[in-house]
Write a new protein. Structure first.
Length: 131
């Protein structure tokens, strides 16, 4: 009792813990907002990449792009079974642009997932410290 009255007791607020908890909550809210903004956007499956190649025709050589997967996962346009490749046309085609953005989104989300896993471990360690 004496220390509580004369020992200059501190609290979670005076040590900045409460402010850090509020900052974490704000970051989680911001992440949820960003995730909600991705709704309806194309996100490429893991292992898929866009490949650029040149096609030689009698009229000349032109660049072409395709989205490829290591195994057949894409819905076919003509065949009965799934396919490994989706053709994306030339560099300026909206399909190619969206596929490349989808890969970027996938890579960003994969990085966020890794960071969140580390964050969960650190928060569990913090909780165990007070347990």
């Amino acid at each position: 009792m004496m220390l509580m009255s004369r020992g200059c007791p501190q609290s979670s607020e005076s040590l900045g813990v409460a402010a850090q908890m509020e900052a974490i909550a704000a970051c989680v809210e911001q992440l949820l907002h960003f995730l909600n903004n991705l709704e309806g956007c194309y996100i490429a499956p893991s292992g898929c990449e866009v490949h650029h190649f040149n096609v030689k025709r009698p009229s000349g050589v032109y660049g072409y792009n395709k989205l490829t997967a290591p195994e057949p996962i894409f819905e076919p346009s003509e065949k009965q079974q799934k396919v490994k490749v989706v053709h994306l046309s030339h560099d300026d085609d909206p399909r190619n642009t969206e596929a490349r953005l989808g890969i970027e989104r996938r890579n960003q989300l994969t990085r966020v997932r890794t960071l969140l896993a580390t964050t969960v471990e650190l928060l569990q360690e913090a909780a165990n410290t007070l347990d």
